[in-house]
Design a protein around this ligand. Structure first.
Ligand code: RIB
Length: 305
């Protein structure tokens, strides 16, 4: 079993099922409302755990009902929650998700996620040192992300940075990120460019990869698969065709599964295909974590070791 440590966010997702996203100034009637456990960090931890890895999570919830529910759920999934602080001074992060038939929009109120600080990393430094791979995202303070990546890198632990929600990334952060995994929109923000079409995206990917040779860029492209740069050429791993129920958490599944592939030393094409297949399977059920596959389900499609 490989050891995966996730440093990141934990949220309660308030999912509103709607026909369409309301326009500014408009009130619309929704169909259903569900409380589901989410947060990019917690989702990535569950994704990696379902695939058979030993997963520890470092993050922060409030000392409240949502925080208790998240901790209970992660324990039931098999995630080690010793690195999750319950803070009395704040409330658990909330994500309001407007879910339409084909897509979603999300508003996150970070709450306790903003209390995931460098001290918490220091308190859990042994967990990071003993891991095979560290995964982090940008729903916690940037300085914590930077510090966690630095500690991991200094201790020979591989690192994946999922730059979501997208923000400008410093050179210091990139220096310690072995992989960076934006979706197309996030890559526009990171590269400070806009793309009219796939060709422009691919040109920008090659340019970015040449400028940042020590960080492997993987761009997730929804139903078009996932792309990376190999010898100045973009390689795209296609996805499998599925009936989409809910795309929430697809990117998180991709990252949890990429952590599995990288820590098991799969080749780049194998690791990206594995992650893309897991992400495709995840969108076939409602909720960020419900459809995250077990290793056997991905293996049945791919036949990987
Ligand atoms: O990536 C999906 C996640 O983003 C949701 O679970 C929500 O909590 C937001 O953090």
């Amino acid at each position: 079993m490989k050891k995966v440590v996730v440093v990141g966010s934990l949220n309660m997702d308030l999912v509103m099922e709607v026909n369409r996203i309301p326009k500014i100034g408009e009130t619309i009637k929704g169909d259903e409302m569900s409380y589901l456990i989410g947060g990019k960090g917690s989702n990535q931890a569950v994704a990696a755990c379902r695939l058979g890895n030993e997963v520890s999570m470092i993050g922060c919830v409030g000392k409240d009902t949502f925080g208790d529910k998240i901790l209970k759920h992660l324990k039931e999934e098999g995630v080690n929650v010793n690195g999750i602080k319950s803070d009395e001074a704040t409330f658990t992060g909330i994500a309001t998700i407007f879910k339409t038939k084909n897509d979603n929009s999300i508003v996150v109120i970070p709450g306790a996620n903003d209390f995931c600080d460098k001290n918490l990393i220091d308190e859990n430094i042994e967990t990071i040192k003993s891991a095979d791979i560290l995964v982090t995202q940008l729903e916690i303070p940037m300085e914590t992300v930077e510090y966690a990546l630095k500690v991991a890198k200094e201790n020979g632990v591989k690192t994946i940075l999922n730059p979501a929600p997208a923000r400008e990334i410093s050179k210091e952060i990139l220096k310690n990120a072995d992989f960076i995994t934006p979706n197309e929109t996030e890559f526009e923000i990171i590269s400070n460019k806009t793309f009219k079409d796939g060709n422009e995206l691919e040109e920008a990917m090659i340019a970015w990869q040449n400028e940042n040779p020590s960080t492997r860029l993987v761009v997730t492209r929804g139903k078009d698969g996932s792309s990376y740069v190999e010898e100045n050429k973009v390689e795209t791993m296609k996805t499998i065709k599925v009936d989409v129920v809910d795309t929430t958490g697809a990117g998180d599944t991709f990252n949890g599964a990429l952590a599995h592939g990288v820590s098991h030393n799969l080749l780049m094409n194998e690791a990206v295909t594995f992650a893309g297949t897991a992400a495709s399977l995840s969108v076939t059920k409602f909720g960020a974590q419900t459809g995250m596959p077990k290793f056997e389900e991905v293996n049945k499609i791919l036949n990987v070791k």
